[in-house]
Structures are given as structure tokens and as C-alpha cells.
Design a protein around this ligand. Structure first.
Ligand SMILES: C[S@@+](CC[C@H](N)C(=O)[O-])C[C@H]1O[C@@H](n2cnc3c(N)ncnc32)[C@H](O)[C@@H]1O
Length: 251
């Protein structure tokens, strides 16, 4: 799997590709990330990659020329590939899309800056626009890193425990359950009374623990993301026991 990232700020990627558990995927090139500094494709002496917008208004627009030369250079090296542009106007990134991309041969990632990219470049080359959510960042690099991280952790052998991502939020359509570790009893302090670990987690009964975790997921999802319950039901992901539990929750 290969991702070619066209960006004005390649230095933003270094730390993220070399630390943490996903580093394994990037360093082994299981997820092969190639950075293409956009300024290398500028042609004038000032290495200019932006200019004022036609029609006036604030901000600058990323020029078609350097972007098209960068896209052509990537294509010459790897052949045709889907081109993803990060934009608040795109499809919001979710785990379903991450799973799809995690099984794909990769893509070219186009990171915008300033007011954005000349629309003609997008119309000509982009196959998918992805948004990180309904807010505005200053560039597409953080969305690109979010995508690379989410895709890398789904690759075989990247997480220490292969089952780990199967228990994460969204993998079964629900939000994840809460997690606890030592100490068994968190002592009282000025911020509140003592807090024990839920006793079932110390019981050693695997079936009861699994049921408790499932119910915590159902409760949290029903409270915070009822839309996910509706979708899980429609997808046949809720058992009769799940439905009984949900029916017993306070309305
Ligand atoms: C300041 S933003 C431009 C915002 C654009 N004028 C708009 O209002 O839709 C600069 C760049 O950041 C990236 N960006 C900003 N917010 C984003 C988001 N929510 N999701 C994905 N990319 C985003 C895009 O690549 C965008 O071209």
C-alpha cells in the first residue's frame, strides 16, 4: 500500500511517521508513505505556489501549475492512482471509509492550504474529497495524518494484540466500552470519593465480563450516538439480548 502526499509542509509528517505503534507500518513500508514537497514544483525564482483569487476577496489560492506538475511526477513514478483531496466540503471520514482505504492499494493525498486549491485542479484530478469534520483547519496535513494513522493501525501485525482494533469504537457499529486498570480502588481525594473498578471486571467470569462490556457499549452509544444504534439495528448487528437491554434503558 502506498500513499503519496503532496504538501507544502512535509516536515509536519516526520514525527508522526516515526513514533508510536503505527511506526511499524511506516518503517517497514507496509504502508509506504512518500512525501512530495509542493514548492519543489514551483517554477519561478520565488518558488511561488499561491496567488490572489480571481474575483477578489481575502486569502490566497494554491496555483494549478505546481500542483499539476507534482501530480504528474507522482503518476510517472507509481502509475495512475486515486487522488484524495482533504476539504471541509468532502465526505466526513469515518471508520467504514478507513476500512475501505486500509484494504486498498493506497492513493495520492492532496493537502490544501490558504483558501484552498484552484477548482480546476480538483475537477481534473480528484476522485474523493474527505473532511475531518465540520470545522476549518489551516491545512490538509492533519487530516492526511489522521487518515494515515487510522489506516496503518488496521494493517496486520501493527497493533500488539490483533484483536485490539476489533474491539475499538465503530468496529461492531457501537462506541467502545470504558476501560479500567490498576489500582482496583482509586483513593478519595479533593476531587471526589474513592472509586472502585466495576466488580464484574475482577470476577474472572469471561462471559459476564463480555456481557457487561457489551451493555456498557450499548448504553454509551444509545446516550451519545443514537444514530449508531439505528444503523446497527438496520445492519442486523443487535442481538435479542441487546434489544432487551436497550428497551430497559431509561428513556
Ligand atoms: C483554511 S482551509 C480552507 C477552507 C475553505 N476555504 C473552506 O471554507 O472550505 C485550508 C485547507 O485546510 C484543509 N482543511 C481545512 N479544514 C478541513 C477539514 N475539516 N477537513 C479536511 N481538510 C480541511 C483543506 O485542505 C483546505 O484547503
Amino acid at each position: 500500500m502506498r500513499f503519496d502526499v503532496i504538501t507544502l509542509f512535509p516536515e509536519l509528517f516526520d514525527a508522526h511517521l516515526t513514533v508510536g505503534i503505527t511506526r511499524r507500518a511506516f518503517e517497514s513500508r507496509q504502508v509506504d508513505v512518500r512525501l512530495w514537497p509542493l514548492r519543489d514544483f514551483a517554477e519561478d525564482t520565488y518558488r511561488r505556489v499561491d496567488d490572489r483569487p480571481f474575483g477578489g476577496g481575502p486569502g490566497m489560492v494554491m496555483l494549478a501549475g505546481p500542483l499539476e506538475r507534482a501530480l504528474a511526477a507522482v503518476k510517472a513514478q507509481r502509475g495512475a492512482a486515486p487522488v484524495i483531496h482533504f476539504s471541509p466540503t468532502g465526505r466526513v471520514l469515518d471508520q467504514a471509509l478507513v476500512r475501505e482505504l486500509a484494504q486498498s492499494p493506497g492513493a495520492v493525498l492532496l493537502c490544501g492550504r490558504y483558501e484552498g486549491i484552484d477548482q480546476r485542479v480538483l475537477d481534473r484530478h480528484v476522485t474523493l474529497e474527505i473532511s475531518l469534520g465540520d470545522f476549518v483547519l489551516s491545512g490538509g496535513e492533519l487530516p492526511a495524518l489522521a487518515l494515515l494513522d487510522a489506516v496503518a493501525r488496521l494493517q496486520d501485525g501493527v497493533l500488539g494484540d490483533a484483536q485490539s482494533h476489533q474491539q475499538d469504537s465503530f468496529s461492531d457499529g457501537l462506541l467502545d466500552c470504558p476501560h479500567f486498570s490498576r489500582p482496583e480502588l482509586l483513593p478519595a481525594d479533593e476531587s471526589g470519593p474513592e472509586r472502585p473498578v466495576p466488580p464484574v471486571l475482577l470476577s474472572g467470569h469471561h462471559a459476564e465480563i463480555a456481557r457487561w462490556r457489551r451493555e456498557q457499549s450499548l448504553r454509551l452509544t444509545a446516550q451519545r450516538r443514537p444514530d449508531l444504534i439505528v444503523a446497527a439495528r438496520a445492519a442486523g448487528q443487535l442481538s435479542p439480548a441487546d434489544e432487551r437491554f436497550l428497551a430497559g434503558l431509561p428513556k
